[in-house]
Design a protein around this ligand. Structure first.
Ligand code: SAM
Length: 220
């Protein structure tokens, strides 16, 4: 396990200051980000990049989300302790650990098995116990539905109906939707068994959500 030194804690304080300057006001989210040692989720050689507000490669052509993006999505989710949250796109496991720090019971699914395995061993070494699997999360994870909250950390071409179906009434889905270059952050609240309310929050750039209700995976 990588150590979490005073230097790292100091760098996290600076990161929190820059997130505040960029408009993040949710104190619970800022506390969670200050608590989680982001450098643990990057390879050792990239330690100095861990507390810059940037996305960073984690293998398999994927990235750990930028801290600002993690803060925006976590804020929009309005998580209360004990809520059941589905994350699509475990990636490094960083966003998952922030959700756990906010008190969520997290279910998380990752398309790439090597990333799933790496995140699983990291989170367990941190004493965190999300329910994890690998496979196509564009169709959600029916076995554990319904969820109070769903967060997609990859950019979708449209809102997958499966995700709305797997939300409880009153539940919230946060998902970036658009083309492969830019996506709008959508917040969709399920207001009744067959009704939703949709709001839009700014432009972001995510790796593509692949799968049955996403983009066709690139053949390599
Ligand atoms: N939450 C991650 C983190 O904190 O590191 C962000 C990871 S990255 C921006 C998005 C992830 O979504 C990638 O790891 C990618 O493999 C995954 N992904 C893309 N399509 C997926 C799908 N259909 N099901 C599950 N994961 C998917």
């Amino acid at each position: 396990m990588v150590e979490d030194s005073y230097l790292h804690k100091g760098l996290r304080k600076k990161l929190i200051k820059s997130l505040r300057e960029k408009g993040i006001k949710n104190e619970r989210v800022l506390e969670a980000i200050e608590l989680i040692p982001r450098h643990i989720f990057l390879d050792n050689a990239f330690l100095e990049h861990a507390y810059q507000d940037k996305a960073f490669p984690i293998g398999e052509g994927q990235t750990i989300s930028q801290p600002y993006t993690v803060a925006v999505q976590s804020d929009l989710l309005e998580i209360q302790p004990g809520m059941k949250v589905l994350e699509i796109g475990t990636g490094s496991g960083y966003q998952c650990s922030v959700l756990i720090a906010l008190g969520a019971k997290v279910y998380t699914i990752e398309y790439h098995k090597p990333l799933h395995l790496k995140a699983q061993s990291l989170l367990s070494a941190m004493g965190m116990k999300p329910v994890m699997t690998y496979g196509d999360g564009s169709e959600g994870w029916l076995e554990h539905a319904p969820y109070d909250r769903i967060i997609a950390t990859a950019g979708a071409p449209f809102v997958p109906q499966s995700l709305i179906d797997q939300l409880s009434v009153g539940g919230i889905l946060i998902i970036p939707v658009g083309d492969k270059n830019t996506q709008k952050m959508l917040r969709i609240q399920k207001t009744g068994p067959t009704t939703i309310r949709q709001e839009t929050f700014g432009d972001f750039r995510f790796v593509p959500l692949v799968g049955k209700e996403g983009w066709t995976p690139k053949l390599t």
